[in-house]
Design a protein around this ligand. Structure first.
Ligand SMILES: Cc1cc2nc3c(=O)[nH]c(=O)nc-3n(C[C@H](O)[C@H](O)[C@H](O)COP(=O)(O)OP(=O)(O)OC[C@H]3O[C@@H](n4cnc5c(N)ncnc54)[C@H](O)[C@@H]3O)c2cc1C
Length: 276
């Protein structure tokens, strides 16, 4: 049997698998389709800025099973495009190999590293399910503890799509955990190194974004960079130190490192340049 191997169980991997299964059914069913992903869930990643992130994933099995798609809970570690072999490793470190005739690389993207002291130790992210759940747990804890310095100040670093969405949503999320009173009093600060918010969107949507952020009571700090993150403070390039027990990094994504294993041209974000 010919083998289609799909790496990644996000929207792209799932749609590729279902479309392949559909084609396979219509052409005699001679192809085995296998998806490899470290989690047996589909994460609704574009909504991870919302409250209750634990509700934002769904099991893959009820969709893959009836379509005849095999699932391997593992991470693809190496891809040999000459030999058509992928080495995969499960959560316990057990490695196996998977052969393929056609490979679909759908391993998505991940938050790019921000080389600022304290980010790894103290900053949160909403880039993946685990990050979003950890952030939500932190919100609950910090909002219950008025004695924590900076408990009512929320700094979001990065004024792109993710940062804007989270900033606009923050007050309603604070209200869920701590009521409207604290939500109204809290500071939500969006820090962007460019001179405009949402620099990648161009001019036309900017007035709408600015209006939405204003209505949401977001303080926008433009042409500003962060130089240090601590558990209870953020320091800006000019030396200003803001007491904040919550810092979220939303400084942009890079293609999954798996793209580095495929020969070919990549753009500045590590995305493979492919044909149609
Ligand atoms: C907060 C937030 C808001 C967003 N909002 C939008 C939006 O409004 N519109 C939009 O278009 N996009 C948005 N995005 C980007 C969004 O994540 C993508 O559009 C969408 O999730 C891409 O789907 P994907 O399947 O390509 O990748 P992903 O959803 O990233 O899925 C990749 C999958 O590959 C798996 N994987 C990774 N590495 C490996 C490996 N080595 N081996 C096996 N499996 C692997 C992952 O575990 C995951 O299952 C947003 C992202 C975030 C974080």
């Amino acid at each position: 049997m010919r083998q289609i191997l799909i790496l990644g169980g996000g929207f792209a991997g799932l749609m590729a698998a279902l479309n392949a299964a559909d084609e396979n059914d219509r052409h005699g069913g001679n192809v085995a389709i296998t998806m490899v992903s470290p989690s047996p869930y589909l994460t609704i990643r574009p909504r991870l800025y919302e409250r209750d992130p634990e509700t934002l994933r769904a099991p893959l099995a009820p969709t893959l099973g009836p379509a005849g798609i095999a699932f391997v809970e593992a991470v693809a570690r190496t891809i040999d495009t000459e030999a058509h072999v992928v080495r995969v490793e499960d959560a316990r470190g057990a490695a196996t190999t998977k052969n393929y005739d056609r490979l679909i690389l759908a391993t998505g993207s991940q938050l790019g590293a921000l080389p600022v002291p304290g980010v790894t130790e103290h900053a949160f992210n909403i880039d993946n399910y685990e990050g979003a759940v950890a952030f939500d747990c932190h919100l609950q804890k910090v909002l219950e503890s008025a004695d924590i310095a900076g408990h009512d100040t929320f700094v979001i670093v990065g004024g792109g799509m993710t940062g804007i969405e989270l900033a606009a949503e923050m007050r309603s999320r604070i209200a869920v955990h701590a009521g409207e009173g604290l939500a109204a009093k809290s500071r939500v600060i969006l820090i962007e190194q460019a001179s405009v918010v949402g620099p990648e969107f161009g001019k036309s949507p900017r007035p709408v974004i600015e209006r939405a952020l204003k209505q949401a009571g977001v303080e926008i700090r433009l042409s500003t960079t962060v130089t240090k993150v601590e558990a209870n403070a953020v320091t800006l390039a000019g030396g200003e130190r803001i007491a904040a027990a919550t810092t979220v990094i939303a400084t942009g994504m890079r293609a999954s490192p798996s793209t580095g294993q495929i020969a070919g041209q990549r753009d500045e974000l590590g995305r493979l340049i492919v044909g149609n």
